[in-house]
Design a binder for this molecule. Structure first.
Ligand code: FAD
Ligand code: UDP
Length: 386
């Protein structure tokens, strides 16, 4: 944990005190709402997290070697929203960063998402963009209605490329065949016929200059916000007096899994520090077909840190453990809807964030959703902060 107001021992809540809001979860959803409610709304907020740090899954820290790493895997900020970017810019300066990923296929390291260079290098060809379009058309399989993550890819580029680049990565990542996952999952990646090798094309792509945790510290540095870490909602719910609740943990857990458990995919990271300045050419290298891990991340590419050592992480997907990803499948969407309906009966409880609303959201979408929630609480027309 970095130093500062939220380092080490947590600020402790005051049981006898009456809070206007208790916020469960100090990730993006909870922290943005704490900031807005306290700074703009003048509310007294208790922000709790069961973990020993703020920032949720975006938490970063200097490891024992002094290298800044993301404990829960690579987090790259990107957004097309000027408003979300302007809002976060109140709490951090930025380091321009465009994310590039290589994937290991047939013994070669190739650009991912698939682009003109990926195909030319994979097959030792010299196609132009127009030729590549026809190459894809010749291989694409007709699919009447695109419903699954397999449909998305085979209908665009055919089965061979699907099998090389997507099928096994997806099976590892989700523990499911792409045929059983919504189209939205593999639709996250474009298929390109040009040479653009950036992972994202958003207008704003940058990393917080001093890291995410520092940005969260700045966001929460207000006398109206009390932060209590290593504190579970279960320990607070009856011990603290409050008016309203914002819950950014798993919605099914809040309701004691009344309708059954919503599935979440979890991850395990093996963090390693090496006695060498660099390990790989880009921040992330994917391994769809070999190994049990899905990808290796080298953090210095993301953070711009100069250090004589380097830190990397191997990422393994698993079904047990902390919830990281909602699993996009129709049956899970139906189950979530039942919880959402139940939640609508609780007017002083707001469910927000990736776990609270069971949405495969990126950071900027969670910030937008939290700002929208704040506007709704205020009865405001727009969420754009004054
Ligand atoms: P979280 O960050 O999960 O925060 C929820 C918090 O609630 C947690 O800290 C948890 O401990 C706490 N909590 C839950 N229940 C309780 C309870 N009962 N009592 C107390 N505390 C509780 N997004 C991007 O935009 N770009 C990326 O590159 C990117 N990469 C990612 C890589 C990985 C490996 C993962 C898993 C996600 C990535 N994301 C990325 C998504 C990003 O992490 C999320 O959009 C964002 O962090 C969600 O914020 P949140 O506040 O909704 O949830
Ligand atoms: N994907 C894949 N091969 C890759 C990269 C991604 O099959 O090399 C699929 C996989 O199903 C993954 C999804 O595309 O879960 C979305 O990828 P993204 O990089 O957006 O996942 P995240 O960063 O959210 O884990």
């Amino acid at each position: 944990m970095q130093g500062g107001r939220f380092g080490g021992s947590a600020l402790k809540m005051r049981p006898a005190f009456h809070y206007d809001y208790v916020i469960v979860g100090a990730g993006f959803a909870g922290s943005v709402l704490a900031e807005r409610l306290a700074v703009d709304g003048g509310q007294r907020v208790l922000l709790i997290d069961r973990r020993s740090h703020i920032g949720g899954n975006a938490y970063d820290m200097h490891n024992s070697a002094g290298v800044l790493v993301h404990r829960y895997g690579p987090h790259i900020f990107h957004t097309n929203s000027d408003e979300v970017f302007a809002y976060l810019s109140r709490f951090t300066r930025w380091r321009p960063y465009e994310h590039r990923v290589l994937t290991h296929v047939d013994g070669k390291l190739l650009p991912m998402p698939i682009n003109l260079d990926t195909i030319n290098r994979l097959y030792d060809l010299d196609l132009t963009s127009a030729q590549l379009e026809r190459f894809f058309e010749a291989r694409a399989e007709p699919v009447a209605a695109i419903r699954t993550s397999e449909d998305v890819i085979v209908s665009r580029i055919g089965r061979e490329l699907y099998e090389k680049f997507f099928r096994n990565y997806t099976r590892k990542q989700w523990g499911l065949d792409p045929r059983r996952l919504d189209a939205s999952v593999t639709s996250r990646l474009p298929i390109r016929t040009n040479r653009d090798d950036r992972y994202f094309t958003d207008v704003h792509q940058a990393m917080p200059l001093l890291g995410y945790t520092r940005m969260f510290e700045n966001m929460l540095d207000h006398p109206g916000i009390t932060v209590s870490l290593q504190t579970d909602f279960i320990d607070v719910s009856s011990a603290v007096r409050y008016q309203s609740l914002i819950y950014t943990g798993p919605i099914d857990e809040y309701f004691d899994h009344r309708y059954g458990k919503l599935p979440y995919r979890s991850l395990r990271f093996e963090h390693v520090t090496l006695e060498q300045p660099w390990f790989q050419d880009v921040a992330v290298v994917n391994f769809p077909n070999e190994h049990r891990f899905t990808r290796i991340t080298e953090y210095k590419h993301l953070t711009g840190q100069q250090h004589r050592k380097t830190s990397i992480s191997y990422e393994f997907a698993q079904s047990e453990g902390d919830p990281y990803y909602p699993v996009p499948q129709p049956e899970n969407a139906s189950l979530y809807k039942r919880y959402k309906l139940l939640a609508e009966g609780y007017s002083n409880v707001h469910f927000v964030g990736r776990l609270g609303t069971y949405k495969y959201y990126n950071m900027d979408q969670v910030v937008g959703q939290a700002l929208t929630t704040y506007a709704k609480i205020n009865g405001a027309q727009s969420w754009i902060p004054a």
